[in-house]
Every structure is written in C-alpha cells, then in structure tokens.
Design a protein around this ligand. Sequence first.
Ligand code: BGC
Length: 746
Amino acid sequence: MQRLHVLITGFLLVNSFCGFAQMSFDARIDSIVAIMSLREKIGQTALRGTSSRVKGTLPEELKQAVREGKVGAFLNVMNTDYVDELQRLATEESPHGIPLIFARDVIHGFRTIFPIPLGIAASWDPEVARACGRISAIEASSVGIRWTFAPMLDIARDSRWGRIAESPGEDPYLASLLAKGYVEGFHGNSLKDPTSMVTCAKHLIGYGAAIGGRDYNTAIIHEPLLRNLYVPPFTAAIKAGAPTVMSSFNEINGLPASGNKFLLTGLLRGELHFDGFVVSDWNSVTEMIDHGFARDEKHAAELAANAGLDMEMTSKAYEDHIESLIEEGSLSEDQIDFYVKNILKVKFRMGLFERPYRDKDTEKRFYLPDHLQKAKEAAIKSSVLLKNEQLLPLKKGTKIALIGPLANAPREQLGTWTFDGEADQSITPFKAFNEQSPEVLFSPGLTFSRDRSKEGFDEALRLAQKSDVILFVGGEEAILSGEAHSRADIGLPGAQESLIEKLALLGKPIILVIMAGRPIAISRIIDKVDAVLMCWHPGSMGGPALYDMIYGKSEPGGRLPVSWPKTAGQCPIFYNHKNTGRPADSTSFVHIDEIPVGAWQSSLGNNSHYLDAGFSPHFPFGYGLGYSDYAYSKLSLSHKELAMNEALTVTVSVTNTGTRNGEEVVQLYVQDVVGSITRPVRELKRFRKISLDQGETKKVSFRLSSKDLEFMNHQLEKRAEPGLFRVWVGPNSSSGLQNSFSLKEN
Ligand code: BGC
C-alpha cells in the first residue's frame, strides 16, 4: 500500500505536479532525490548491459528491476519494442517515474559507417568529425539510442595498440579540435532534440599510454605530461558540453582510473569543472580486484564511490554493497545523492522527463543520400597519399587489375566498433569499379588479410599480366585492430607482401591501397610499388571514394595524425618528443652495417637512435601528398619580440607549383627552446586547409599569442616562459620554413 502511494506521488511529482515544470532543474532534482529511497538512488547509478549479440525476450527479472527503480540506464538494448517497453516501465510504473537512458557504442557511424576515428583524424578537419557525429546521432536516435560512448579521446603514440584505430592520433591540439567537432555533432542544436545523442568523453585517462601498446596495460605518466598531452582533448570535450565521461580500464601511476580520486574528483571536477556524470568502463570497478587494488567487490565499490565515480557499467558492486558501506560509515549517503543528482541533471538536460520516448516520426533514418555522401567525402578527406611516383591519378580508360584481400571485403572495410554497420550496404572497391568501369579485372589473390595460402596467386598474376596498372587493396581485417587487438608485428599480415613481390616482377605499375586500423610497416615492400594510398578502414563508402581518388575526380585530402613507423621496433614513436642530451641527427648517424667488425666498445658516433632503424619514422606526423605540389616562401613574423598576453602574426606564402588545382594543409609548429621542464622539439599550434588553383599563390596568416605557448610545469602551474621560440610553417612536422621570436616578461 505504502509503495503504491509513493509510486503515485512520484509519478505525479515528476510528470504533472502543478508548477513542477516551472521549477529550476536543481530544485526539481533536489525534490526528487529527497523522496527517493536509498535503493532507488543506487538504482540510478546502475548501467545494465548485455552483449550486443544477445537477442531474445526481455527477461521478467529485468522488467521487475526497472519497475522497482533499480536501473538508471541500459546499454545495448537494440530492439525498439524493448526500448519502448523498458521506458514505459520506468516512467509509468517505477516509484518516481525517472526515465532511463539507452546507450550504445556509436563510434564512427551507426548504419552509415564513416572512416575509423584515426581516419577522421587524418582529415585534419573538425567538420568531418562533426558530420560523423551528427549523422551517427540521427541514425542511432531513430532506434531510441540517445547516449553514445564517444568520442574516444585517448592520445595514442604506439601503432601496436589496437585501439589506436579509435583514437584521434598523437597530437593534443588536433585531438582537441576533433573532440569539439564530435561533441557538437552528436549533440546537434540541443540535447533535448530527439535526434541528439549525449556524448561520453572516454577513456579518462592515459589508456593509450599502455606499456608496449598492449591493451589494458599500465600507464605511467608524470603529472605535467598528463596535463600537457593527455588532458587537453578532455578539456575541449567538456568545454564543448560533453555531459558524461568514462573512466578507463588502466591504472595510472599505480591507481586504477575507476577508483582514482585524484582523477575523478581532483582533476575532473576540480580542475576541469566537469558537472555531468562519470560512468565506469565495462566491469572496470570490479576489475580493480585483478589490478590488486581492491580486496573484493565491496572494497571496489568503496574505492570507486569515494573516488567520484557516479555510474557503474555492467558489474554490480554498487548494487550489492553501497547500502552496507553506508550503514558501516565507509561511505556517506550524501555522496550517493551527489551522483544521483548528476545523473538526473543529464536526464533533465536531455529532456527525457518531458519526452521519454523515442520519436516515432524519425524512425529508422538510415542511409539517407546525404549520409552516404558525407561518408564518402569523409573517406576521401581522410585518405593519405604516402607515395606517388607520378602514377596517380590514372587516366580514364587505364586497364586496372584489382587484386588483394580487401578489394571486395564489405564487412572489413567498415573497421572496428561497427556493431550496427551492415556489410550488404557497404560498397567495396570492386563493386564501385565494376559498376563504373566494367572492364576492370578482379582476382583477390588472397581470401582474407591473414591468408597464407598461395593458391590464388597464379590467377591474380594472370589477370595482372593483362592490365596496365595493378591496384592492390590490402591491409588488415577489421578484427585486427580495436579493443584487445594489439599487434607486435605491424606489417601486412599473411602472404600479402609475398603476393606484392610476385606482382612486382611483372613490371607493371602498382598502387598499394591500405585499409587498416593502424599505420602498417611497409619498409620491406615500399620500393616494389609506385604509389601508396592509406585509406584506413574507410567505412560504407570506401569503394566509391577510392574510385574517385584513383581517377582524379577527387584528391586524397588526408595528412597523418600519427607518426608512421618503419617497424614496430620504433614504437612508441611521436613527433613531439624531447631532444635528449644526445639528440639523433643524420650527420653523426652510424648505421649497423657501417660498424667495423671487431669495433672497440664506444658510444662515439651514436646518439638517441636505433642502429638499424635510425631515428625518424617512415612518414612524419602531418605528412600527406596531394595531386599537386606546393612551395612555401616568405615566412615572416609581425614581431621578433612578444610580450606576455600579446599576440604576433606568422605569415607565409604558399604556391601551387604543380599541374592541377588542389588543397594543402599548412601547418605551424613551435619549439620552446629552453624550459623549466624540457619541452618537445616541435608542437603543432595551428593549421589551415587551403585550396589553390594551379600556379596560384596565397598568403596564409596565423595569430599566435603567449597563451598558446603555455604549458604545465613541475609546480603544476600553467604558464608561458620567457625565452627563445622557433617557429616552422610547412607541409608536415619534419620540414618547413623556420623563423624565431623571443617571449619577454612584461
Ligand atoms: C570499452 C569501451 C566501451 C564499453 C561499452 C568497453 O570494453 O573499453 O570503450 O564503451 O566497452 O561497450
């Protein structure tokens, strides 16, 4: 009887109490929390999930849990009838009618799949991230999913790490711009809009610093580096309005993120002023037992709840132990109230109290022409041309032999984290070329990327012999990157190199197109091919995008968002490294083959490099060719001296010296030559994509202020330090025109 009373009161209170809707969010939230039982409060902190592959009927037990207010949000409920039914139970039958949030990993598309996030990062274009976010949200919200576990903002410096595929790359400035683009795109005009998806900035933090690139591994990051490298994309996402953040699986400096008060309370709420809620990663609360940080589940709940973790994903430590922790005095109920209020605030901001149900008018808005067009543009803008011996673009009518295990692999080109992508809607290179140029010859040679069988070689060679140009589409299947899919050897898997070597013997020009979730070490075969085009996993429209690029209707627009290693042995490798006391340089470099046999032990002639692989990557961060050439000239600075809180203008002239119109990404880097902590050899501070007609020259100006030169020092003070700064403007992180200025104390 009493429950019924509470139920009716709650329902009335939330949905129709006179004047309730006029109260401020905070007052409404306070009034709800004041009448919730502790069990119901704990319920709000529970994110229940199922594996995305589980189908079947809604278990009665689950329905009952919702009726009793024991669940705050769901993950991976993909049946719209279940979404509606669960929401009905929550809003109409649970004690206080609090709506549920339905979540899903909608990372780079829902049905229409965009390139993997590392590919989107290669576009160097926040508008691509925004379009990906917007279209993903329109499609996913149409089946009731309103919370995405994206954007993933883990800076990644190691191509062995499988999740580099999901990352925004190695640079904090580029990653921050992308973070803003994603957040604004997923959110749309208002979180209340039924096509809006709430973002979750993940994974806080240092997940990409896993030792040796082994997923889930330990991260050791000193505090200034944490602030200077890993935090900025999260700051940008929070500034752009991301209402949720996910704590990462890893430990950082000995403390697992989900029980880390320094991170979840000090950094996130204190420094970054985050006022949404933090969700754990999948079971990351109870995994603190395996970390050797929590004794048991109860201890894990105590650590996480006292650290600042609002919502627990999938494991049930909060559900099973919070009541007794409060009874024993190891946790205060106020802390739980704080979490519930944070969660309700987001539900209010999403408009779920007024409009809990999905919008049936926008049901199943998949694959709209505009979505496919944007996905195709994204695939073009993110493709990076790494080598081109005057081969591309091809002339119409060139007879192509399409070879390779990814030339017709519709599921694989979608890439990692695409549970909702559909292979039959994915247009492969074979499909696109065959439709538009039916004379194309096709024989994959290998049936999948790891295939070691040479059975298909003869047929592939026979067809290749008849062609003018060989287009080899290889790389990695989707499953070889992403979560838990790190690799120690990052070369082309299977017998791909061997097939390329055989094809090269035919003497025909070869274009190597790579579809992969990470940079692939290609040192052994790059000399056998005439052009290399990195398409990452390009998504649903990979085929048509490739067709347009190969025939020059479009130009590959990407620039590398990560340094491209020659070999996995160079990892981690990143452009914004420190100089060291014995910096590597080409004049003193001694190659392993140059060391005399029986040489006396000496460090002379050697510095911070590998005897065999040298010190530079195969391709530097920021690198990428277009179909035209560009010359940089007249780098000038408005001031040679800059006062604190002032700005200067850096100007450069860029000329299209090639034979067609095109686009160039003009990049500005600085080096703070002497610092109270040592500073990177270069840091990206600005870039701009410009289009230039053949023969055209444009002046490009960048404004740089002393604020842009700030960094966190050992005292954890963020400031710019006076002294000499070098500036480069050019086409990538290892070239460009150089100038310098001094920053003066006022
Ligand atoms: C991943 C998260 C993801 C979560 C939910 C975890 O395994 O690390 O990135 O959001 O699963 O699917």
